[in-house]
Design a protein around this ligand. Structure first.
Ligand code: CTP
Ligand code: MG
Length: 388
């Protein structure tokens, strides 16, 4: 029996404009995958009875395991593969939603995690009048049409302009008819309402919040993280290495003249290693042992500053950037303070920070322990990271 309100969540895009190291729907937002945040909003939306998630082909199992199962999202009834364009993904989801008994179809972008749960009911109610309704916001900025040479061709009447969002809600008959007509003609629209308009359907506008923006660029992700209060994160790192006569002593990327150096698989730069661990910890990405296994010959004798740059890139791929780093080195000898400026400059260069954002401190242990006996050195670091 077709009586249900079923949401279809297109989450099969590649997020090229955001440019992360994986599609944006899988990036972290307030400690959960962005897709999970969107599904949580639907879970709270009383109007919606079931949810069909459409993910990149081949990612069904991983999407279920990482974004759905751990979060008690009881409404998610299916995770199915999408297509090359958003419209193909929506069509795939709609087919499954209809099998589940949908009378009303609620299309909602995975990339709009901040939709207020009550909005779904308001759009559904409006859709029940004409068969179709969409969330949208009146244009706040003046909108101009550009001409071919990059100049303004016309100023549009702002009072008539609405910026379209999702949810978009349709009766099953109407959306299936619109999708079938578009498929027959090979026509693609940027939203489902566009397909319904094309076959003469009346689409109602419902005021959606301006916080229901689509996460499209890195700035959008930063804004969403800020709004969720998950903007800044902190991590700590620790490392220790043994001293060995005749080895190079590299600390914070700077080589110091000394009769002994630190022993390790890479250049054993204990300060830089602690900083890398602090950064990875802040982003929840484990530690350097996981990222650069010391069984990998590629890292033998590696320049730790180059490894630090790779860590910064890894964070960038997750939408994070370093904000501030502080490290403390325990070393009995040589004197470290004269090298602070060079070490800060070197670390700051790799981190994309100003030297003022990278603090270094050093201490002896007054002869105590392995550091005092000059058997080794140790370092701690703390890192603060924020949205890229
Ligand atoms: N989408 C989809 N299938 C596609 C393309 C997009 O399901 N073939 C989904 C996206 O996952 C997103 C929503 O449609 O939730 C809105 O699309 P958009 O913001 O354009 O996302 P992407 O296509 O992933 O991003 P980009 O265009 O920057 O690559
Ligand atoms: Mg796209």
């Amino acid at each position: 029996m077709q009586s249900k309100v079923v949401a279809v969540v297109p989450a099969a895009g590649s997020g090229t404009r955001l440019g992360g190291d994986r599609p944006k729907q899988y990036l972290s937002l307030g400690g959960r995958p962005l897709l999970t945040r969107t599904l949580m909003a639907l879970e709270k939306a009383e109007a919606v009875e079931a949810v069909v998630v459409v993910c990149p082909p081949g990612a069904e199992e991983a999407t279920r395991e990482r974004c759905v199962a751990p979060y008690g999202l009881a409404k998610v009834a299916a995770v199915v593969p999408g297509g090359a364009q958003r419209q193909d993904s929506v069509a795939a989801g709609v087919a499954v939603a209809v099998e589940l008994g949908a009378a009303w179809l609620v299309i909602h972008d995975a990339a709009r995690p901040l939709a207020e749960p009550g909005l779904f009911a308001r759009v559904l109610e409006a859709a029940q009048e004409t068969g179709a309704a969409i969330a949208a916001a009146p244009a706040a900025d003046t909108v101009k049409k550009a001409g071919p040479n990059g100049s303004v061709a016309a100023t549009l009447d702002r009072a008539e302009l609405w910026l379209v969002q999702t949810p978009q809600v349709f009766s099953r008959e109407l959306l299936q008819k619109a999708l079938a007509a578009a498929q027959k003609e090979g026509y693609y629209a940027t939203d489902e309402a566009g397909l319904v308009e094309r076959i003469g359907g009346e689409v109602r506008l419902v005021m959606g919040g301006r916080d229901n923006f689509k996460i499209t660029t890195p700035e959008d992700l930063a804004l969403a993280r800020g709004l969720m209060g998950g903007g800044v994160r902190v991590g700590q790192g620790f490392d220790a290495h043994r001293l060995e006569p005749g080895r190079r002593l590299v600390l914070g990327g700077v080589e110091l003249a000394h009769e002994a150096g630190l022993l390790g698989h890479s250049d054993a730069d204990v300060v830089t290693h602690a900083v890398m661990d602090a950064l990875l910890a802040a982003a929840g990405l484990g530690d350097i042992g996981q990222m650069f296994p010391d069984t990998d010959p590629a890292h033998a004798g590696a320049d730790s500053i180059a490894l630090l740059k790779a860590v910064v890139e890894r964070l960038a791929g997750e939408g994070w950037r370093p904000l501030q780093v502080s490290a403390t080195l325990l070393a009995q000898r040589p004197k470290i303070a004269p090298h602070y400026p060079a070490m800060r400059a070197c670390l700051a260069g790799a981190l994309g920070l100003e030297p003022g954002e990278v603090n270094l401190a050093a201490s002896t242990t007054e002869g105590l322990g392995f550091v005092g006996r000059e058997e080794g050195m140790a370092a701690w670091a703390t890192a603060q990271i924020g949205p890229r």
